[in-house]
Design a binder for this molecule. Structure first.
Ligand code: PMP
Length: 303
């Protein structure tokens, strides 16, 4: 069940949680014509703060442009609305879902005659993946091909690809799915980017392998560079993960989560040394414990 909050921002106004409703003939419900973002608010010594809000809202704008969803609100408006919503809901820590989709107006695939509905919702959502080392399974489903549906855009419809992979993995008793691109290279998990560590070098697949340009991925790359760890954004094979010293996944909802095994092949430890250091630094960066990363935090209550 979703832990209810009191209000949802819906097309410019705060409305009570259960009144944020749409018609059953909403275009986006039928054809997946929508874009979304997932962002987190963390508790910091200066009060709750949104982590990398400008980056998330700019990605929403890029996704909308790629998928031809007109966005009626600017990044500046959505920034103000996000802070207003989190204040109204009284969260100290929460997940924030921004989304915009083609609403009620016409049926059929012509996208030009349905207005965009824009929503921001927030709720308390700890430990999306359960907070322990993951058992991954390589999915039989390939990641959306960039020339079928661009995985660079965080669109709602394309998540059927992730949902199928996740369902296959959980049906088989695993925690999460690893998806390969059409050419067989490693892409990402159903809603996290993936990293491998071998001989002290940190590697993660690029957007050209169908991986989302993850904001947590970018954060982890920055933290690793700042620690002096060599990083490479390059194509990986599944065998690169089997043979790694450490594997972890990361995303806004999940955080930085170690991988214990892939396709039944155990990694050398449940949580590697570098994974542990990066997870700790990520926690410090998100909760205001590291002054050099405070630039990533937008306070919810203006000082
Ligand atoms: N890949 C996919 C498919 C995702 O849905 C997500 C979650 N948004 C990620 C990666 C991680 O992205 P981020 O770190 O920006 O949350």
């Amino acid at each position: 069940a979703i832990p209810e909050a009191s209000t949802i921002w819906f097309n410019g106004a705060l409305v009570p949680w259960h009144e944020a409703q749409v018609h059953v003939l909403t275009h986006g419900l039928h054809y997946g014509t929508g874009v979304l973002e997932g962002t987190r608010v963390f508790p910091t010594p200066g009060g709750p703060a949104v982590f990398r809000l400008p980056e998330h809202l700019r990605r929403l704008e890029r996704s909308a442009r790629m998928l031809r969803i007109p966005l009626p609100h600017s990044v500046a408006e959505l920034t103000g609305a996000t802070l207003e919503l989190v204040r109204a809901n009284g969260h100290q820590s929460c997940y924030v879902r921004h989304f915009a989709f083609l609403g009620y107006g016409s049926m059929g695939l012509d996208m030009r005659h349905s207005p965009t509905d824009t929503v921001i919702a927030s709720w308390e959502w700890p430990d999306y993946l359960g907070g322990r080392a993951l058992r991954l399974m390589t999915s039989s489903w390939r990641r959306n091909d960039p020339n079928a549906v661009p995985p660079a855009a965080k669109g709602t419809g394309p998540y059927l690809n992730s949902a199928l992979a996740r369902r296959e993995a959980t049906d088989a008793g695993y925690d999460e799915a690893l998806l390969l691109a059409s050419d067989g290279s490693v892409s990402e998990c159903s809603s996290e980017n993936v990293f491998a560590v071998r001989d002290g070098v940190l590697r993660t697949p690029p957007a050209s392998a169908g991986a989302l340009e993850g904001i947590t991925q970018d954060t982890v790359l920055t933290l690793a560079r700042d620690l002096g760890v060599p990083v490479r954004v390059e194509n990986l094979l599944r065998s690169d993960l089997y043979a790694a010293d450490e594997v972890f996944v990361c995303g806004t909802a999940a955080g930085v989560v170690p991988v214990a095994s892939l396709d039944g092949r155990e990694l050398p430890s449940e949580e590697g040394e570098l994974t542990k250091r990066l997870a700790e630094l990520y926690r410090a960066a998100t909760t205001g414990g590291e002054p050099r990363y405070r630039r990533w935090l937008t306070p919810v209550h203006s000082s």
